[in-house]
Design a protein around this ligand. Sequence first.
Ligand code: ADP
Ligand code: MG
Length: 464
Amino acid sequence: AGRRKKVADVIEELEQTLATPTPLLRGIADAMVEEMERGLRADPHAPLKMLISYVDNLPTGDEHGLFYALDLGGTNFRVLRVQLGGKEKRAVQQYEEVPIPPHLMVGTSTELFDFIAAELERFVETEGDDFHLPEGRHRELGFTFSFPVHQTSISSGTLVKWTKGFCINGTVGEDVVAELSSAMERQGLDMKVTALVNDTVGTLAGGIYADNDVVAAVILGTGTNAAYVEHVDAIPKWKGPLPRSGNMVINMEWGNFKSDKLPRSDYDIALDFESLNPGEQMYEKMISGMYLGEVVRRILLRLAHDASLFGDVVPSKLEKLFVLRTPDMSAMHHDTSHDLKHLGAKLKDILGVADTSMEARYITLHVCDKVAERGARLAAAGIYGILKKLGRDRAPSGGCPKQRTVVAIDGGLYEHYKKFSSRVEATLAELLGEAAASSVVVKMANDGSGIGAALLAASHSQYN
Ligand code: ADP
Ligand code: MG
């Protein structure tokens, strides 16, 4: 009975520290708006970099020609070729996805880019007759790079820092396009990078190509981030020429958002402290696929220690950082069997505990639920913040009663974790209220970032 009480105590405390009541989320959305403004002023202490993308024109649908794209994410990288056929024929695409070997995430820059260039070269070799490169032209590439980059033009930029699981010495401050281009040269691959885009910016471009009303893109994958279309007037730090569109796409790098209002627990503090980037990406560490399972693991470990949740001995595997991956968490969370047998099987697989009690299974399910709920609700608060910044948080009225607002979302977490994505949507609707929610649509933009990068490569082609 004493043990049961301990479990109940830990759970009660957990529910309190992870709680995200709606008024708190409203406060977080307001803090997000304030931080967006600080970043746009280039306040040196602003956690949000609000990076200028140099994308001031989004795809129109008229793009033509053969283009390649390369998407370097946190877990996979993708190579893509697209034959763009204008408004009539739209786009025909082929792609391949390659997992990034873990040793390359913490190796040298040269090794990483050589690997990428070699895979790209292999992919180019498979170009079939459906794809046409006009005589005498070089192939052109849009490079989607899902890390913070200080862009110096549409096709160049220096790495601000690595995030997610990456930690490669000597790349910070270097031009990532130059690194990729020299690797392609070493590989003997004749291809020119004409656009360097963040995955959020690529998703936004791909999203607008598919639906004109897209105003923002959000990534919920290994990491999390967002981009949106801002009026140049609202970007005090932009000193360049006034774009004809009057707009500039901003890559928020929102994973680094921080605020006293964020519900941080001891588990989050310890996770951060032991991470590759302590003190950074606080918001990302509460929301994204790289970390959700790890938060759950830390809570289960505490329950195993303090309340013998998995029996008298603490399963030693449970002590291992990152053993509990978010896809496993998601699989456990979606178990609807009456005896939670799938969840039990996962626990056996991952922790090596042969027989888990029904109590242990239910508690595990509950922990997954609370951690996913917090992440999803915090993500929704961020999206609501962007909509507030854009003045799209109210029901359309007066001049444009039919105005639609679409947010494109991509990323493996959102795509595969239903209980997570449905909560993002429900919370956003709750924050917007019924009237405003009826004009806001959240759309899954499956691999919009690849197509988006190819479209941006096309609109910035040297042959235009
Ligand atoms: P990246 O963020 O590396 O560009 P993705 O968008 O494909 O790549 O997202 C991959 C991430 O999505 C994984 O790291 C994982 O955290 C998460 N993920 C993948 N599958 C699932 C799943 N079934 N349930 C929950 N999360 C998942
Ligand atoms: Mg990605």
